[in-house]
Design a protein around this ligand. Structure first.
Ligand code: SF4
Length: 288
């Protein structure tokens, strides 16, 4: 069995910086992260072990300092947190800030805001929080349901596959040929690099393991992308999820991972696959 690692594995800079900021602050004073800092259970367990509190509900926050996650939030929500007397520490990724600025610019130009993404995802709720009239779409059917408008301003969740985002934007243009459609590319570079690398990897492999949190959007998108090119794609959160029956002795196995997956989890998963590969080889040699 051959094991291949995709390029661009390991945490993206946005997640790394958010964690570093939270760790250093938590070493000085009690802090609460509002929501999941990143969508990875291993990372969240480590934060809890460092004494960081994680709360979804602002009413439950008991510390003076509140950390806003890498996914960002709306100005309205920030003001709400500050109005309750909390000190706000923004761990928001700069590329999420960029998406917020892009949407704000589109609205300032008089365009109707459309966000391509998952309506209930925390980043998308943050993006649309200051624009309650914004529409969130993720399919042609949802675009069909839009009324015609003079102009649409399109941005997207940072972790959507750029090819699909462009496809939906083109569909919007065809659906409303009389409307002005202005598109701002807000898919982040680490997502683009990972998507491209995963696509290349999946074409060379019999099996692909995508390592990442169950709630991580970019991990799920990597699974969907790899599944277009490879029939045997498995989403694992940790090494313990790896199953022997997924592999054959001659398989080429590819590994890729979401942007919030720690290197230690990737290494442990690779080691688990290697152990299985060694076991399969031994079995094959006994059989021969
Ligand atoms: S996935 Fe992209 S937008 Fe999200 S934290 Fe990483 S670099 Fe920033």
């Amino acid at each position: 069995m051959t094991i291949l690692r995709a390029e661009h594995l390991g945490m993206c800079f946005g997640v790394r910086d958010a964690l570093a900021l939270t760790h250093s602050e938590a070493a000085r004073q009690p802090v609460t992260v509002l929501g999941e800092l990143v969508h990875n259970e291993t990372v969240l367990a480590d934060l809890r072990a460092r004494g960081v509190r994680l709360e979804r509900d602002l009413d439950a926050v008991q510390t003076a300092t509140v950390v806003i996650t890498a996914h960002g939030t709306s100005r309205r929500r920030l003001a709400e947190v500050q109005a309750r007397g909390h000190r706000v520490l923004e761990a928001t990724c700069p590329l999420v800030h960029f998406a917020h600025r892009a949407l704000t610019d589109l609205v300032a130009r008089g365009l109707h805001p459309v966000v391509i993404g998952q309506r209930e995802h925390v980043e998308v709720r943050g993006l649309t929080g200051d624009f309650p009239h914004a529409d969130v779409v993720l399919s042609e059917a949802e675009i069909d349901a839009q009324p015609e408008r003079a102009g649409f301003g399109v941005a997207s969740q940072t972790t959507q596959p750029i090819a699909r985002v462009r496809e939906l934007t083109d569909y919007l243009r065809r659906r409303f040929p009389r409307s002005e459609v202005v598109f701002r590319d807000t898919v982040c570079q680490p997502t683009k690099q990972r998507q491209n690398a995963a696509e290349e990897l999946a074409q060379r492999c019999d099996v692909v393991l995508v390592i990442g949190g169950a709630h991580s959007n970019n991990t799920r998108q990597l699974v969907a992308t790899c599944a277009q090119f490879c029939d045997r794609v498995y989403h694992v959160q940790t090494a313990t999820d790896v199953c022997e029956e997924w592999f054959q002795p001659d398989d080429t196995v590819g590994l890729t991972a979401g942007t919030s997956t720690p290197e230690a989890t990737i290494r442990a998963t690779e080691a688990a696959v290697q152990r299985l590969a060694n076991g399969l080889l031994e079995l094959a040699s006994v059989g021969a």
